[in-house]
Design a protein around this ligand. Structure first.
Ligand code: FES
Length: 214
């Protein structure tokens, strides 16, 4: 071995004998951190917390974008219910998408829908039931298809031209007599002439009901 080779070998030997610090070898300190059970547990927890936060933010962002783009409201934790009032409209609460006769969509958590047939703002009630002295007591004669539930879900209500409103999605109809009827789909009278109110019995055809004036 010549002189220069000897010098290089002894420098390498001295270097290998130096004590190593965390800052001098980051890969070694990372391995030590990974192998420390206490650190690992803490790391996993904080990672989980970060993931949850990120996920909640993503869901929130998704709802905000959806509301902005489509006007869809956040799902409320309430069941869909329709109060059949005495001599008045249907008061519907829940997570509602109302499809108009023209295909337009309106999202709502509360609707007051005409069932006397006289409103000039169909499907909404405009208090014409007072003028035409709509007399239905609000009694419900049909029986439930299923048990009432507090589970939140969406309901779609469609306005049929010259006919009833139909619904698809769990709906609990109830009245001031504590009668209730829970159905997953059905047709509700809005001409005011059904003999089976609040449900449609086809009488709208017999009376020539028109949903658009003129
Ligand atoms: S809408 Fe009234 S009977 Fe059909």
């Amino acid at each position: 071995m010549d002189d220069s080779s000897k010098k290089a070998a002894s420098a390498a030997d001295r270097e290998s004998k130096k004590p190593k610090t965390a800052s001098s070898d980051s890969s070694e300190s990372f391995v030590a951190y990974m192998n420390d059970p206490a650190e690992q547990a803490g790391g996993a927890e904080s990672q989980q917390e970060e993931n949850l936060t990120t996920s909640a933010k993503a869901v929130d962002r998704w709802f905000r974008e959806r509301r902005t783009l489509q006007g869809a409201p956040r799902l409320l934790e309430v069941p869909n219910e329709a109060l059949v009032s005495n001599g008045g409209p249907l008061q519907i609460t829940g997570n509602i998408a109302l499809i108009g006769e023209d295909g337009s969509v309106r999202y709502a958590n509360h609707l007051t829908l005409c069932r006397c047939g006289a409103s000039k703002s169909k499907p909404d009630c405009d208090e014409q039931h007072l003028e035409c002295e709509f007399l239905h007591s609000g009694k419900i004669t049909e029986v439930s298809e299923l048990k009432a539930s507090q589970r939140a879900c969406r309901i779609t209500i469609s306005c049929i031209k010259d006919g009833p409103i139909t619904f698809s999605g769990s709906l609990r109809l109830h009245n001031r007599y504590d009668q209730e009827c829970v159905k997953l789909r059905g047709s509700l009278c809005r001409c005011g002439h059904s003999a089976n109110k609040p449900f449609c019995d086809g009488s709208h055809e017999r009376v020539g009901f028109r949903t658009q004036s003129g």
